[in-house]
Design a protein around this ligand. Structure first.
Ligand code: NDP
Length: 257
């Protein structure tokens, strides 16, 4: 059987991954490119975005970069419009852009809380709604939202982040409920702990490292390329009847108490 007959083949599909200048977004972009998709990278820092696009292009990917801030309605409208009219449209959308601000709830700053909600929840709604217009017109599309192991449980100093990820989890189910009839499958990936810039402070904390390694049954942090298979699957025809699901890629972290 040739690769072209594989249900995992993404040749001819175009994927926009928000927040893909580095970290998990870039790893997902690499994986989708490896399965044949054309890639549209996104982030706010144009220099970082350009560097990421060059790295993917050097690896053989067909890649464009579109800078926009997922928290700005105007910026999202312009960015998605550009993807639709100039780049040929979005077949696969990965809502990945994210930030982390930790702190106990009793001293948590309201503006920080609102930033957590706008970057994760409002942006996932608005980028999806804006991109879904083109998908609905074409009668097909794939949306992959990025949740977390804190989607259904919490831990000290992570409540705003967990609240945002819980909202994304249920937004994912709502997208499936409203848009399945338009040929759109909306699912989520819930990663365990991965070494990215978002976790810089945690990575430097020996106690936290030890906790991740003992708390995770597989005994380690995830490797970024270990998220690729889930992303390819959910973006592909192999997942045609998978809709409204949250796929944990966490080394069994959430399987145990
Ligand atoms: P990084 O900090 O490494 O990357 C974040 C990316 O998001 C960057 O490309 C950043 O680029 C972009 N970004 C941030 N804010 C915005 C914005 N307003 N508009 C557009 N782009 C933005 O983080 P990770 O790769 O770790 O995180 C990616 C996603 O994975 C997040 O949703 C995070 O919550 C989630 N996650 C991470 C886990 C981990 O262990 N690392 C575990 C579970 C979930 P720029 O700053 O240039 O805009």
């Amino acid at each position: 059987m040739t690769a072209k007959l594989s249900k995992f083949d993404l040749t001819g599909r175009r994927a926009l991954i928000t927040g893909s200048s580095r970290g998990i977004g870039f790893a997902i972009a690499e994986a989708l490119a490896g399965a044949g998709a054309e890639i549209i990278l996104n982030g706010r820092n144009t220099e970082a975005l350009g560097d990421a696009a060059s790295r993917l292009a050097e690896a053989g990917a067909t890649v464009k970069a579109v800078a926009f801030d997922v928290t700005s309605a105007e910026s999202v409208a312009e960015g998605i419009q550009y993807c639709e009219s100039e780049l040929g449209g979005i077949d696969i959308l990965v809502n990945n852009a994210g930030v982390q601000i930790r702190g106990p709830l009793d001293s948590y700053d309201l503006a920080d809380f609102e930033l957590m909600m706008s970057t994760h929840v409002t942006a996932t709604f608005n980028v999806s709604k804006t991109a879904a217009a083109g998908m609905i017109g074409r009668g097909r599309g794939r949306i992959i939202n990025i949740c977390s192991v804190l989607t259904n449980v919490s831990r000290p100093t992570a409540a705003p982040y967990g609240a945002a990820k819980a909202a994304i989890g249920n937004l994912t189910r709502g997208m499936a409920a409203d848009w399945a009839k338009h040929g759109i499958n909306a699912n989520a990936i819930a990663p365990g702990y991965f070494k990215t810039e978002l976790n810089t402070a945690l990575m430097a904390d020996a106690d936290f490292n030890a906790w991740v390694e003992t708390r995770t049954p597989m005994g380690r942090w995830g490797e970024l390329e270990e998220l690729g298979g889930a992303a390819i699957f959910l973006a592909s025809d192999a997942a045609s009847f998978v809709n409204g699901h949250i796929l944990y890629v966490d080394g069994a972290f959430t399987a145990v108490v």
